[in-house]
Design a protein around this ligand. Structure first.
Ligand code: HEC
Ligand code: HEC
Length: 199
């Protein structure tokens, strides 16, 4: 997670951790306070300004809930996200998932290598399309959004699955392993360039 961390972000995080969210009486105020807190990393509308942090605009309720549970129970090991979600109540999670579902996802504008992206498309079709159809845009299976996520985030997430810091359908790990056996780390690089290229 070093990729995006900088001194100012640390200062920010510390400030937020100590400020708490207060005793908002109305759901609107409560949502407002929560969205401000999450928004300093994920963007106020859920579109992340940083390549190391995922965008969460437009993500399906199921997937949102699933990731909240995973950060709480260690299915995804991120101390950072754990610190932000461990005390969220059911009602707060519902407010947040409704809010982000209503926001429009905007693919991040990034520099990518067109040749790698083209090769990445073929690898995606071979190894990943079964569960991440539609070029990694929002999937019918609700497996998150790959297209237009920050490249640094995608690299980190894939490494975390391989390092078992994220739990996932074992078939995905099998496919990732096959990809790496056949293509090496370059295979990952090509895929990441491909997802960055999808409009
Ligand atoms: C200090 C920065 C920061 C803050 C504040 C923050 N997040 Fe995150 N969030 C991250 C990072 C970094 C990740 C990726 C973690 C990982 O590697 O799994 C993440 C991941 C997520 C994901 C998973 C996205 C995906 O594509 O799988 C969701 C959903 C999410 N955060 C929601 C929230 C919510 C809701 C809040 C506020 C309660 C919040 N985050 C606050 C940095 C932050
Ligand atoms: C058998 C189904 C399956 C296959 C095949 C599969 N995935 Fe996944 N993928 C999933 C599931 C389920 C999730 C959500 C897991 C979670 O909770 O972290 C996921 C999540 C991801 C994420 C994290 C998204 C985010 O927002 O954090 C990335 C990146 C990803 N997959 C990439 C790939 C790539 C690249 C391939 C091909 C090499 C692939 N997947 C093949 C099922 C699959």
């Amino acid at each position: 997670m070093q990729i995006w961390m900088n001194k100012w972000l640390m200062v920010f995080i510390t400030a937020v951790l100590f400020s708490g969210i207060g005793f908002a009486v109305h759901a609107d105020e409560e949502l407002d306070a929560l969205v401000k807190k999450c928004g300093m990393c994920h963007g106020m509308d859920g579109n992340s300004p940083s390549a190391g942090i995922p965008s969460i605009a437009g993500i399906p309720e199921d997937y949102f809930r699933h990731t909240m549970d995973a950060y709480k129970n260690g299915g995804r090991q991120s101390e950072l996200m754990k610190s932000f979600v461990h005390d969220l109540s059911e009602a707060e999670i519902r407010l947040l998932s409704d809010y982000y579902l209503k926001q429009t996802y905007k693919p991040m504008k990034q520099e990518f290598d067109a040749e790698k992206a083209k090769q990445g498309q073929a690898l995606h079709n071979k190894y990943c399309i079964k569960c991440h159809e539609n070029n990694g845009k929002i999937s019918v299976n609700n497996y998150g959004i790959l297209a237009g996520q920050g490249m640094a985030y995608l690299r980190q997430a894939l490494q975390d699955y391989l390092d078992k810091k994220r739990r996932v359908n074992p078939m995905m790990i099998t496919k990732l392993q096959k990809l790496i056996d056949a293509e090496g780390q370059e295979g990952i690089d090509k895929l990441v360039n491909f997802y960055a290229s999808v409009k």
